[in-house]
Each structure stands twice: as C-alpha cells, then as structure tokens.
Design a protein around this ligand. Structure first.
Ligand SMILES: [Zn+2]
Length: 422
C-alpha cells in the first residue's frame, strides 16, 4: 500500500519539483536565535538531506530517537524555513532528512503564501534567524489540479484559488507546469513583499524582474503583467513614481480584468496621475457595477487619494466613510489615508487613532508596507499633540524597521525630522 503510493513519487519528479522552488536568504534581520550557516550552506544542507532520502540512507531517525531518549531540552535553532503542501506525501523533515529542531515548516494546500503563512515565515526569519526559505511544490498536487480545472469544490476550499490563480494562470491546463509556476510565484511573492516591508524597493524590483523574466520565458504574459502591476502599486505606496507609468502600461496591455485595473488605478492615484486615475475608475464602474468591495472601498479610496493630493483633507475623510463597513478588506489604506488627511488638518489626536488601528490589527495584513509607515504617522501625530516622548519613540521604531531601507523620499524626510529632535 505504502509502496504503491511512493511509486508515483519518482526521483525525477521530485527533483523537478525542487528545481522550480524559490530560495530566499533571510534579509539582514537581527534574530534572537542564530544558525551560523550562510544562506547557500542552508540550502546545500537541505539538498544533501534530500540526496540521502533518495538513496534510502536517512540519518535523521536515529538522531530523533537519541533526542527522545535523552529527553533533551531543545533550543529551537532552525537553519531554514520550508513552505510545502499539506499533502500527506510531502513530509518535509523526512524528505530533507532533518531531525527535530532544524527546519521551520509551514504546510498548506497548494503551498500558497497567505497572510497567515506570511506571518509564520516572517517569524522564522525575524525571530528564529533562518538563513533560507524554500518553497516546494509536488507532483500530483490536488489543490493545483482543482484550481487548474476551476472545479466547484465544497465548503471553503475555493478560498485557496485566489492565491493560486496568479501563479498558474498561464499554465493552460498543464498541471505539472502549474505546480512549478506556482512554487516560483509564491517564492517571488514572499521575497518581494518582505523587501517591501523593510523599505527595500530596489530589492523588491529585482525579485519582480526575476519573476517577470521567468513568466515571459514560459510565455506566461498574464502572470508577468500581474507581477508588474504589483510592483507599480509597491512603488506608488512609497511615492517612488518614476516607473509607475511604464509598469502600469505593460500590465494593462496584457490584462484589464478587475484586479489589474484596480491596482493600476490605485498606483496612478497615489502618484497624482489624476486623469489616468479617473479614466480607469470609469472603466471599473462600467465593467463591474455590482462589485461591493470595488464600489464601497476601492473607488472611494482612489477618489479620496485624489482629493488629498489637491489638499482637500475634509473631502477625503468624507469620501472614505462608506469604506468603514469593510475596513478589514482595505489592506490598511482607508486608515492610512484618513490618518494622512487628519495630519494635513493638524488634528494629531484623530490621526493617531487611525495609525494606531493599523498597529493594533497587524494580522489583517502582516507584511503591509503601511505597517512600518504607520509608525511614522504616529510620530507626526505626536508632534502635533506635543507628546515629545511618543514622538521620539515612534520615529525610532520606524527607523529601526527601515534601517536597511533604500533612500526613498519618505525615508529621507523621516530622517530629517528625526535629526531635528536631537
Ligand atoms: Zn498538494
């Protein structure tokens, strides 16, 4: 029985799955525990373990038994984090021949990077100091097959689809190709979002370009467009608007679905491209008149941003009112824009409420770039209310998270403001 199942897990299939995986080295974050391995050595260690597994020469079991017999109190010091499918044929520790305490494993059907998974992986990097992250797909993945077929599935299983579709969109029904595309895509999502969180736009752009290359080489125009639009949105959030027009144009040339138009319009609004934004809002309203989140959250957000650009803070706050009902789904943008509007009105107390909401509900979107920026908002709010202790603390908190960030206009301004406190 066991043997029959292992039969479709041939060496070649497994290695093919690994080749499609993505790797990330833990990016310069100070951690509590520390493996002394480098990122490359961490990956090598996993690969050598996989060789032992393939050769049927596992060494981790005796080690595990020894640990159990000695009742060792283990300090957790994993050297790598692995994201794998929940499938019963992908027992990560065994596949990589690693004993207890060495790998930090997250498993979810389809090995997708959802906000919760992102939070776990972030903990592995930030608190445990893992040196590499590996995303692996596997042969005969049920989640990918179902998403490729877009089958009706019972209960909440289809929640996974939204995370799988961007990666597999271009695979055109080829499930083994979709498995590879998905693993590479999820790794790219993780890398780019992590870089973005720490204000490293250059790094994020690099990961984006790699993913675009990969997608284009596989003739996956739509996946490439998706990634370019995400990068446009990312740049716009940091007011780094130089490439936003180009990225957006490339993205929209290939795809004008709801998500593409939405991201493009948000990026244009944040970069002050009023006429482009209004024209896309028009397309969105005509194309998707009954979409609740679009009409009560997304479009009001874009309009509020345009008003804020013109200095009409009160108007912006008013436009954001309908979004209150769906606060959770706005990726922190409603609170962030409201906070900005109150700052403009020199209402420090109200602004602080909005930015504090972001800090208090980090779980809504753990790697949002607006989470570090909310600290900066709180510092500026404290400056208005004259609380110099809080002001200093929040500037320090922001600059600590962004200590390796690229010198975007936002960082330069924040550093200048903080220098004045000294
Ligand atoms: Zn699977």
């Amino acid at each position: 029985m066991h043997r029959a199942m292992a039969g479709d897990w041939t060496r070649r299939q497994f290695v093919a799955g690994l080749a499609a995986s993505g790797v990330v080295a833990g990016g310069g974050v100070r951690a509590l525990a520390q493996s002394t391995l480098t990122g490359e050595a961490a990956i090598r260690e996993l690969m050598e373990g996989n060789e032992r597994f393939m050769a049927g020469k596992i060494t981790s079991f005796p080690e595990d038994l020894k640990i159990l017999k000695e009742k060792t109190v283990l300090k957790q010091e994993p050297f790598a984090a692995v994201l794998a499918c929940a499938d019963s044929r992908v027992p990560v520790e065994i596949l990589f021949d690693q004993s207890i305490g060495h790998v930090f494993v997250s498993r979810v059907a389809g090995n997708v990077v959802t906000p919760e998974i992102m939070a776990s992986l972030e903990y592995a990097v930030a608190a445990l100091g893992v040196k590499a992250l590996l995303v692996i797909g596997h042969t005969n993945c049920g989640a990918i097959s179902a998403a490729v077929a877009a089958k009706e599935v019972p209960g909440q299983i289809s929640v996974l689809y939204q995370h799988l579709m961007p990666g597999i969109r271009g695979a055109k029904g080829d499930v083994p190709l979709a498995v590879k595309m998905n693993a590479a895509y999820q790794a790219q999502v993780w890398q780019a979002q992590t870089a973005e969180f720490f204000g490293q736009l250059g790094k994020a752009a690099q990961f984006t370009n790699q993913a675009v290359d990969l997608a284009q080489r596989s003739k996956l125009k739509e996946a490439a467009a998706q990634v370019q639009l995400q990068q446009a949105m990312r740049n716009a959030a940091f007011r780094d608007c130089g490439q936003v027009r180009e990225l957006t144009a490339k993205g929209l040339e290939v795809s004008r679905d709801l998500s593409s138009l939405n991201q493009a319009a948000h990026a244009f609004a944040a970069c002050g491209e009023t006429s482009q934004t209004l024209s896309l809002i028009d397309d969105l309203q005509k194309g998707f008149p009954t979409d609740t989140l679009l009409n009560t959250v997304s479009i009001p957000l874009m309009r509020a941003q345009l008003e804020l650009n013109r200095g009409n803070a009160a108007q912006a706050v008013q436009l954001l009112e309908p979004a209150r009902k769906y606060e959770v789904y706005g990726d922190f943008w409603p609170q962030y824009l409201r906070g900005q509007a109150y700052l403009k009105q020199r209402n420090g107390a109200q602004a602080a409420v909005e930015f504090q909401t972001i800090l208090d509900h980090r779980g809504w979107y753990p790697t949002s770039p607006l989470y570090p920026l909310a600290h900066l908002g709180l510092a500026r709010a404290a400056a208005l209310t004259g609380d110099s202790g809080k002001k200093r603390k929040f500037y320090q908190d922001f600059l600590a998270i962004w200590k390796d960030a690229d010198p975007t206009p936002i960082l330069i301004e924040a550093r200048r403001e903080y220098e004045k406190l000294k």
